[in-house]
Design a protein around this ligand. Sequence first.
Ligand code: NAD
Length: 304
Amino acid sequence: MRIAEMKTGTTIIDGKAFAAEMRGRVAEQVSRLKTEHGITPGLAVVLVGEDPASQVYVRSKGKQTAEAGMASFEHKLDADTTEAALLDLLGRLNADPSVHGILVQLPLPRHLDSARIINAIDPAKDVDGFHISNAGLLATGQKAMVPCTPLGCLMLLKAHLGNLSGLQAVVIGRSNIVGKPMAQLLLGDSCTVTIAHSRTRDLEDIVRRADIVVAAVGRPGMVQGSWIRPGATVIDVGINRVEGQDGKSRLVGDVDFPGAAETAGAITPVPGGVGPMTIACLLANTLTATCRANGLDEPEGLTA
Ligand code: NAD
């Protein structure tokens, strides 16, 4: 595990380095699949509209997919694309044997029903893990496609802490894409899990009791350093753009990093913590989907 020590003895969990290492392992497996089985994993990314942040994510996903030796298929559709046209495209991608993973970039334009669209993806190709079947499989402790960001968080936690069994964990945020699956994963690893959200009372007290804090809210610095239990492991999922005193914009997480780093045992920075793990896990999921589709053993250490 790539880690760095602060003067205080707090470990800074280097997600950027961990993700690079993971992408390297995925690329090795992809090369093995090609030479031994003549199979090239393929990931199709569908972008509807011109949301600038989504365009950046999609570009980055395409680049890293190609760098891992996989086939990258990008489908860019106009913002006014109809639901029928999008469902038709998904039907074709579901049926295409060269496509092992399908990702529809969210958020979708308002006139499209996200749940209906996501649930039209073949669950075996649902590398984002958002299909209701995969959510159900994860919730019932069965083999699922696991959402990439929580999977990345779990990998960082396990790499740092090893066995998570019996630890008190708080997940702040209850979204379907981060908070809920994160809580399911921690429960699957036998943590005692509290899910906090916008209506939670006494968040500070809950955080103080936690060995593991996962913050996925979208509010800059809302988790105060003084709330962190000494030695706790803090995973900051939040990505918030704020304006600094110099007038320049920068990214910060949901946790007051300088304050929390004084008491935490380990903490992920923003940027360079959870963020890079998301795409690394997307590539890992695409590789896993390819192996499953071809009845091959799944590579170890790349799934939950
Ligand atoms: P979301 O808006 O869907 O959910 C936010 C959650 O925070 C909600 O469940 C809400 O109940 C909770 N919340 C709001 N105010 C709160 C409060 N005062 N106290 C406690 N809980 C509160 O957001 P999301 O999609 O889950 O994303 C959360 C954050 O993670 C965002 O900053 C997002 O940009 C970031 N994110 C990062 C990655 C990554 O790759 N690192 C991936 C996905 C999301």
